[in-house]
Design a protein around this ligand. Sequence first.
Ligand SMILES: Cc1cc2nc3c(=O)[nH]c(=O)nc-3n(C[C@H](O)[C@H](O)[C@H](O)COP(=O)(O)OP(=O)(O)OC[C@H]3O[C@@H](n4cnc5c(N)ncnc54)[C@H](O)[C@@H]3O)c2cc1C
Length: 354
Amino acid sequence: MTADVDVVVIGGGQSGLAAGYHLRRLGVEFVVLDAQAAPGGAWRHAWDSLRLFSPAAYSSLPGRMMPPQEGRTYPDAAHVVSYLADYAQRYELPVRHGAEARAVHRDGPRLRVESDAGAWRARAVVSATGTWSRPFLPAVPGRELFRGRRLHTVDYRTPREFAGQRVIVVGGGNSGAQIAADLAYDAELTWVTLREPRFLPDDVDGRLLFDVATARRRALDAGRTDTGGVASLGDIVAVPPVRQARDAGLLKAQPMFDRLTPTGAAWADGTTADADAIIWCTGFRPALSHLAPLGLRDARGRIPTAGTRALAEPRLHLLGYGDWTGPASATLIGVGRPARDAAREIAALLRTAD
Ligand SMILES: Cc1cc2nc3c(=O)[nH]c(=O)nc-3n(C[C@H](O)[C@H](O)[C@H](O)COP(=O)(O)OP(=O)(O)OC[C@H]3O[C@@H](n4cnc5c(N)ncnc54)[C@H](O)[C@@H]3O)c2cc1C
């Protein structure tokens, strides 16, 4: 089956839904393709204790406030999943679940999107596929030698699985700190970070981070000096469970090890730590393989953009992958504005092509 449509949005997580909201408001015809069987994007796969780093009201998509979660200032991932499901329903966003886009090709005046659920010929495409499906592991000598359990952030669910075990958590970002805090009580934890962990002040949460990211983008856009953005403040939001473990003295980080061995980690000074499991909280890369036929990636694996629009393919917009597609665009509150800008540009493109 091949159908014609004005716009295909690839990805039905928060970014794809925000794009859908704005396309709908502008009267543009579109379909959203999502690889998963059910709503919620990456939030469906979060670990049990994950907490948002902003209160609900500051974690909202355009048009509809996230309702507070009873008994919690910082909602959990299940709350986000229900919010996203409700959002898609409320705005009647045409999301096709179980439709993974495999490839996007140029097809004369259109872009052809091939998916598990058929093909679409679109006048514009929004790619909003996130990063969760592309976990990143750093190259560390001996990484494949280790015989214990090897996991990434995406595989972690609950500390119960590791009770009494020796676990090495690698990574000094929010995932590393939250998972280390989660494990600190039940497991024998070694937390390893590239540099000394940098906790943000306790009263800083996602609200301030968003303001800082926006101020930075404005400064750069206006040609002013780089304000340094969020990274200049610290790396780790001290959400309550992290604060609690840190204050109990349970979150002491070791420097990064030099190599892995069959039984654990080894440092250059001869120190070793045996482990039953290693959890790599070492980040993600944008999931862009469906765009490979367009040949747009630069040496860093990114697609150069002006705002959200791909420089070398103006019918393609990228949404939600990180600051390079809009300030704080990989957050719930931050994706609204770039989604609006992308929808407006697409509507203008469709008008000129009419
Ligand atoms: C551990 C962690 C904690 C975070 N905490 C917060 C927080 O507290 N507050 C906050 O605002 N943000 C937070 N974020 C950041 C951000 O909100 C998420 O990364 C968010 O999930 C990104 O949304 P997205 O829609 O761009 O991508 P995703 O949520 O990953 O959605 C992408 C969707 O596209 C689908 N897809 C992928 N490839 C294809 C394809 N080829 N064809 C069709 N569909 C496809 C996927 O299945 C998925 O459903 C956190 C991120 C992480 C990793």
